[in-house]
Design a binder for this molecule. Sequence first.
Ligand code: ZN
Ligand code: ZN
Ligand code: ZN
Length: 280
Amino acid sequence: MKVRFLGTAAAEGWPAVFCNCENCKKAAALGGKNVRTRSQILVNDDLLIDLPPDTYLHKLAYGLDLSKVHTLLVTHSHMDHFYPMELSMRGSCYAHDMQSPFLDVFCDEKVKESFLLSSGFEKFGDEVYNAIRWHVMPQFGSARSGDYEIYAFKARHAFQEKALFFLIRQGEKAFMQCNDTGYFYEENFAFLEKIGIKPDFVALDCTNGKLSFGKEGTHMGAAECEELVTRLRKDGLVKKDTVFAVTHFSHNGALTHEELEKHFAPLGVAVAYDGWETEI
Ligand SMILES: [Zn+2]
Ligand SMILES: [Zn+2]
Ligand SMILES: [Zn+2]
């Protein structure tokens, strides 16, 4: 299973779209791994996690063929994770020779609602509209799409909806994507134990960087990530060689890529960056 981080920033991007803070200026000056677009992950070349406004930029930057994507998992309706109008370009005269004519979308109720609102406001062509198949998933639900098994966890985030994060298994390999969320609810540890899958790779929300809002916060920072990694290892919910990475960084978290790497090295946790591809 191939996991590719197309974007690794929080909602505002880093440098942030309208910002002039020191952290944004520093990221712009340093360039490279310090420049981060809105979070999105591509698994193999046919399963996409989230649809931020930077999707088109990702297609250009990495030369992707997004017509191959047959499965889209959307974690929640915040704009950095779901820009519904982009789907209006998927088919008809806007997209020829699609490798996957249908798109199966797995999400919570509010994501689907936001799509229905947008597509009602600026009408989609029937052909495009009908090629999208919606699958509303409950927290702690499971589903199948092609040869992927999909498990939905309960995010500590966006309380106006039942926000999700996902574990995806294909064959013997499993990838767990944990953003956006604060520290795990106890039910998440229990669900992971119940499904009996030890992920090979776990990506964690580290929005807050050096800031900490404790275990009740709706994003994690370095301190909460450390605590979560330690707990998952201690409870035997991951393998001995499970790879951990942190992602979804906000400029307010302040730590540069190099500082994050230095911070997380003793814990054996990698720091994701835009374009990072890893085989699990
Ligand atoms: Zn986000
Ligand atoms: Zn800034
Ligand atoms: Zn969010």
